[in-house]
Unconditional design. Structure first.
Length: 347
């Protein structure tokens, strides 16, 4: 794992080459969420393996490695993609940063901000990467080959309720904005291609950041969340793709309220209903068709409880959390995000 780095002089010590020149205490859609109440002591389970070589092994050169009754114990973890992130801290927030492997300061790179849900709130920064695919997917080799970009994944500590169902955001949300600003000072980041995305708490935080800085983000990918419809109205002309499950009893009415306000402001919204259990290729084709239309705001509702796998009980909570892997797993939706630029928003 990459080592955690300190912050010095108000700058992000990220390593690598610098740039040249409804109310309630939680529940689905809210800060508590099915993953545990806000402030719970989330932590990664320790991993260890005990191995014993029972028989002799003959190597290719004829050398014999004798068997033994001795167990060898290892707790070394190899985490593809996650190991490429660097862990650091700014203020009260730790965060994970992925720098493109072939970073060239003479080029400009987009940045994707992913904010996790309330379930993995805790002290270990790797929690933000261990929960689902919303953070790691952007740094995968396949994605980086198409869209080389920086990926920023803050870790919200236990005890900090980043957003709540009364539409109140914690002051540390400003630390997340400051992370981006400081990274932009040190790296060659395309300020016209800064994107924010998140699930549940992270969706709510993305909306709040957009409200506070309506000219900052080029695109929003919003998964299974809700927020203050009246204040969200300032985002009516942004590049936004919303994805929720029909069985999510908070996110669906919450996003219905927000899109209604967008329409009152003059936005024309592309609306789509998809069966999340359809063949993945057909689902991706449906998303690619939607991405090619002329709408700035797209609103996808997954039909019924189709996001819930057969082995899981169908509840509002499972409809909530099971939306996350489906939404981030659709390649055409991810591709759409990188087509968004600040200057191609409607006025």
């Amino acid at each position: 794992m990459a080592a955690e780095g300190p912050m010095a002089g108000g700058s992000v010590d990220a390593g690598g080459p610098p740039k040249n020149g409804p109310k309630g205490p939680g529940g689905p859609g809210g800060p508590g969420g099915p993953g545990g109440p806000a402030g719970s002591a989330a932590e990664l389970r320790p991993i260890a393996v005990s191995v014993k070589q029972k028989a002799d092994i003959v190597g290719v050169n004829g050398e014999i490695c004798k068997g033994s009754d001795i167990f060898r114990i290892s707790n070394r973890r190899i985490c593809p993609v996650a190991d490429e992130f660097r862990q650091m801290k700014l203020g009260a927030l730790k965060f994970n940063l992925f720098v493109p492997a072939q970073y060239d300061p003479s080029q400009k790179y987009p940045l994707v901000l992913f904010i996790h849900d309330a379930g993995p709130c805790g002290d270990d920064p790797m929690l933000a990467l261990a929960q689902g695919n919303g953070g790691l997917i952007w740094a995968s080799p396949e994605e980086q080959k198409k869209h080389p970009c920086f990926v920023l994944c803050p870790q919200i500590p236990r005890g900090i309720r980043l957003t709540d169902d009364d539409f109140v955001a914690h002051p540390e949300i400003e630390t997340i904005k400051r992370m981006i600003d400081l990274l932009a000072e040190q790296y060659s980041i395309d300020m016209d291609r800064i994107y924010t995305t998140g699930q549940s708490q992270g969706c709510m935080a993305s909306l709040e950041l957009g409200i506070r800085y309506p000219e900052f983000f080029a695109g929003f990918l919003l998964v299974a969340g809700q927020w203050d419809p009246a204040r969200s109205s300032v985002l009516w002309n942004q590049n936004i793709w919303i994805l929720v499950s029909e069985g999510d009893k908070k996110a669906l009415p919450g996003m219905n309220a927000i899109t209604s306000v967008f329409e009152e402001k003059g936005a024309v919204i592309g609306r789509y209903r998809w069966d999340a259990k359809m063949d993945p290729q057909l689902l991706n084709e449906a998303a690619a068709k939607a991405a090619s239309d002329s709408y700035r705001i797209r609103y996808t509702v997954f039909e019924g409880s189709s996001v819930v796998p057969p082995e899981k009980e169908v509840t509002p909570a499972t409809n909530h959390v099971c939306t996350w892997p489906v939404a981030y797993g659709i390649e055409a939706v991810r591709d759409w995000l990188f087509t968004s630029r600040r200057e191609n928003r409607q006025g």
